[in-house]
Structures are given as C-alpha cells and as structure tokens.
Design a binder for this molecule. Structure first.
Ligand code: NAD
Length: 267
C-alpha cells in the first residue's frame, strides 16, 4: 500500500460508523488522508476514529443526519476547522427496506428517498459550497456518491430503493455538469451484493417476505445465480475503487459510475 497516495486529501464521509463507509475511512487514512467520520450513530463514528488513531492515522467524528442541511453545514465546518480545507467527500449513507411493488407505502418511499436522495443532494450542495469558497485548484476537488447495481437495473422487491439509486445516478450526472466550472469532479461507484449490516438486515426481511426460505440463503443464491464471479463481496472488495476515485489517478474523470459487482450488471 502507498501510504502517501491520499496525502493532502481532507475528506468527509457520511454513514461511516460501520459497513463500507467505515472500511473506506480506515483505508483512506492508511493512505495518508485525514477523514471526518460522520453518521447518525456517533458512538460508531468514535469507534472507527479510535481504530484509525491507533493505526497512526488522523480522523475526527461528527454527528450528521444526512436529511438535515444544518448537519451537513456543521460537519463541513468541523472538517475545515480540524484539517484546514475539504478536498474530497463521499456521500455513502444509505438505507434499504424491501417491499413487494404493490405493498409500497408513502412511509417506505419517504424513508428511503429522504436518506438516499435528499441526503446525497444536500451533502453535495454543502460540500460544493465549501469547495467553491476555497477556489479552483490545480487538482480537482472530488465529490463521490454511492450508487448501486440498482442504479442501472432493478427488481420487484426493492423498487423504491432501486428508484432512489437511479436518482443518485442522476445526481452524479447533474452534479458533474453543475460543478465542473468550479473544478469539482463528481463520480460514483455501484456495489452489487456486499456483506454488511445492510445486507444482514435485508436478508432477514427477504425471508419474512417469503422470497427466500432461510437466513443466509439470499446472498448465496444471488452469488450462484446472478454473479459471474460466483461470490458476493465484502467492504474490502470496494475500498480500492473508492480510493482510486479519491486519488489523482482519477483526475480526468467526471460524471461516471464504476460498477463493482463481480459481473452482475453489464452495460
Ligand atoms: N451492502 C450492499 O450490498 C450495497 C450494495 C449497493 C450499494 N450499497 C450502498 O452502500 C452504502 C453503504 O452501505 P452499507 O452496506 O455499508 O450499509 P450499512 O447499513 O452497513 O451502513 C450504512 C450507514 O449509514 C448510516 N445512516 C443511516 N441513516 C442515516 C442518516 N439519516 N444520516 C446519516 N447516516 C445514516 C447508518 O447508521 C450506517 O452506519 C449505502 O449507500 C448503500 O445503499 C450497499
């Protein structure tokens, strides 16, 4: 690992108390970045921060509910106060709650869209506001979003989540167009099936809905039948692409989404 690859990058990550966000925060710091770890779960953020500090990295924690503009403003401010500037952000917070198409309710729609879409949009706007204030620099700023295979495909048990991740793809394209003049690149990546708390929960809910018979079957069945590489993934499979998109190696990319799905959706 190049311990200096992300040196000089001051990063804010949302939803980073666990799962992919936490793994990426640790990986970024191991490569020299300084990271503001944010989440609604502040205790989880502090645990990630402790692990980073024990490994010799630099991080702070900040409570942030992505649905609230004032929380984004406060987290950006805390990042700049601690590290001097904001160069990279990763809008990673996201939720899923599967329901068959005819069972979807306004509550389900609002819950998912408020976090996955409104949260990503508000985050991007407030992060960009700070980057614009700092002024255009030689190296572009990077705003990243977590899309999904469900930004390109969808299924009848996760229609609203799929619609929300299609909307995230729209935010990536629109953000790239709206922020290019300020030297801000906007990109994203789309995981397939990643074994995190989100999938553990999803697995239970899919069993309750009758889609699968027993716990754990969903991930194995999808791996066997829908993934070319015949295995689901772990956060470690995702960190490399997230680090590429934060690094100077991706400076000439904007408006793009890279799929990291073992070959689930090929377009
Ligand atoms: N796990 C997968 O298979 C998979 C696949 C494709 C995309 N994704 C996306 O990857 C991202 C990370 O997912 P994960 O699997 O690591 O999930 P996770 O459930 O392990 O972590 C999500 C984090 O988001 C936080 N969060 C929830 N609501 C929030 C809010 N209102 N404000 C701030 N933080 C909030 C949670 O506290 C949690 O720490 C999400 O955007 C998810 O949609 C996941």
């Amino acid at each position: 690992m190049d311990k200096e690859r992300l040196k000089g990058k001051n990063v804010l990550i949302t939803g980073a108390a666990q799962g992919m966000g936490a793994a990426i925060a640790e990986d970024y710091c191991a490569q020299g970045a300084k990271v503001c770890i944010t989440d609604v779960n502040i205790d989880g953020c502090k645990e990630v921060e402790d692990r980073i500090r024990s490994a010799g990295g630099e991080a702070i924690s900040c409570k942030l509910d992505v649905r609230k503009r004032e929380d984004h403003v406060a987290a950006v401010k805390a990042t700049v106060e601690a590290f001097g500037s904001l160069n990279v952000s990763l809008n990673n917070a996201g939720v899923n709650k599967p329901l068959w198409f005819m069972d979807v309710t306004e509550e389900n729609y609002d819950f998912i869209f408020d976090i996955n879409v409104r949260g990503a949009w508000l985050g991007m706007q407030e992060q960009a506001r700070q980057m614009i204030k700092q002024g255009k620099q030689n190296e572009p700023y990077k705003i990243l979003h977590v899309a999904s295979i469900l930004s390109r495909e969808t299924f009848d048990d996760v229609v609203i989540y799929g619609a929300s991740k299609h909307a995230v793809a729209g935010l990536i394209k629109g953000g790239a167009k709206g922020l290019a003049e300020y030297g801000i690149n906007v990109n994203g990546y789309g995981p397939g099936v990643v074994r995190t708390e989100m999938w553990e929960q999803l697995d239970k809910e899919l069993v309750a809905m009758g889609k699968f018979k027993k716990h754990g079957e969903s991930m194995d069945s999808i791996a066997e039948n829908m993934i070319l590489m015949k295995r689901y993934s772990y956060p470690e499979d995702i960190v490399g692409t997230a680090s590429f998109l934060a690094s100077k190696d991706s400076d000439y990319m904007t408006g793009q989404i890279l799929m990291i799905d073992g070959g689930m959706v090929i377009q």
